[in-house]
Unconditional design. Structure first.
Length: 406
């Protein structure tokens, strides 16, 4: 029987295949069922692969554990974020022989200054520096801060880390070890979420754990890593200079991603460290959607094909819409996708000790993921730090106005 002879069932359940002589005779419900089953098949395949990769993931030590060069950690700061003290303190309390931390703000009145001064008092023997520099070096204010801070870096291994990242005492040693191989230009880390109280924060954390982390594990096992993640990335000074330093990244929103991509393009290897760090998630409903939409539109700009295909990782709302009216066959497909999503939810918690299970939030989170994905195609505008931009095809920020939005 050829494809032209197949048509799909009506709502009567498992008496579902009839024969037609012309594909044009397929009704709208039949097309909906075909599309829904196809999406369910793709999603089930991806989720099965993700479960397999997550359960088999092992964090074997990488590089030379005895390689302990002096390190400079750059910590660009903006505001007294939730749990900032515990995050910054985790970097001050490293079991590592020699390291410097440069904290940077653009304004002496920034709320993070008091936190840094507290740490300086608590760790008087550590090499801690606070820079205050309001000069703007590009549209990305975080990278602008890094440009201003980098001139204080003493050492040739530089670690760039987001302010909301918390690590264990062995993090520096494990991240630096792969740099013992001179061919490695940068090392980056996977990360999981540590949510603050509140439903919006839990949903934000759920996206990082169940969608980002699982997809990153799948991706890392299928090809070489050619990008960096923001929470913690270590880079050789010569590799950074080979791409033009931080000024090269000053107009890119996805600066960490672009740093890794450019270093890989310069002929260096990017390695994935054998440590998974935590990123604190503190969201309101408004900030959650705005943050994730900005993230989605950034990914669409730098990896358009992969962003489009990512729809198969979050299609449950569309599958349900297409199949809910097709009896047992439709509901079986919906149930299979949901069961695999929940299996991945529990597999991630078993393997990576992420936040406790919350299966009742998974359907809501999937609907939000799908809504953000759809919204990402409605434009290229983003709002970041009270400024409006459009993201061009290369991932660069183009201001929509020359002054700060009120």
């Amino acid at each position: 029987m050829g494809l032209a002879d197949l048509c799909l069932a009506g709502a009567d359940g498992f008496g579902f295949f009839d024969c037609i002589s012309d594909p044009a005779e397929l009704s709208a419900p039949s097309i909906a069922l075909l599309v829904g089953l196809f999406l369910a098949l793709l999603s089930s395949g991806y989720l099965s692969l993700a479960i397999f990769r997550v359960l088999r993931y092992r964090t074997a030590p990488r590089g030379d554990a005895g390689f302990r060069p002096a390190v400079t950690i750059l910590k660009p700061l903006c505001g007294a974020e939730p749990e900032l003290y515990s995050c910054l303190r985790s970097f001050c309390d490293q079991d590592y022989p020699e390291f410097q931390i440069v904290f940077g703000v653009a304004d002496a009145a920034d709320g993070a200054v008091a936190v840094v001064k507290r740490l300086m008092s608590e760790f008087p023997t550590r090499d801690l520096i606070l820079t205050i520099d309001a000069r703007i070096q590009g549209e990305n204010l975080k990278v602008s801060n890094l440009v201003n801070m980098a001139r204080f870096a003493k050492h040739d291994v530089i670690i760039v880390s987001d302010s909301d990242t918390r690590v264990g005492r062995d993090c520096l040693a494990r991240v630096v070890a792969p740099l013992a191989d001179a061919r490695t230009g940068a090392v980056t880390c996977l990360y999981k979420a540590a949510p603050t109280p509140g439903l919006a924060s839990r949903l934000g954390a759920l996206f990082i754990d169940d969608w980002f982390l699982s997809s990153a594990v799948v991706d890392a096992r299928m090809r070489e890593v050619t990008y960096c993640f923001g929470p913690v990335s270590a880079v050789r000074r010569d590799a950074l200079e080979a791409i033009g330093g931080f000024p090269r990244l000053a107009s890119h929103l996805a600066d960490d991603f672009m740093m890794g991509r450019l270093i890989a393009a310069a002929g260096y290897r990017i390695e994935l460290a054998d440590v998974i760090v935590e990123t604190v998630v503190a969201e309101t409903w408004h900030s959650l959607f705005a943050h994730e939409l900005r993230w989605a539109r950034t990914v669409k700009a730098v990896k358009p094909g992969e962003h489009f295909m990512s729809g198969i990782t979050e299609p449950l709302p569309l599958i349900a819409l297409l199949l809910f009216n097709h009896g047992a066959l439709g509901w079986s497909a919906i149930g299979a996708v949901m069961a695999l999503r929940l299996a991945l939810h529990y597999a991630l918690r078993a393997r990576f000790a992420v936040v406790p299970p919350c299966p009742w939030l998974v359907p809501l989170r999937e609907c939000l993921c799908f809504a953000v994905w759809v919204a990402s195609f409605a434009g290229s505008n983003v709002r970041w730090r009270n400024r409006d931009f459009v993201i061009d095809a290369g991932g660069r920020l183009i201001p929509l106005a020359s002054r700060y939005a009120s």
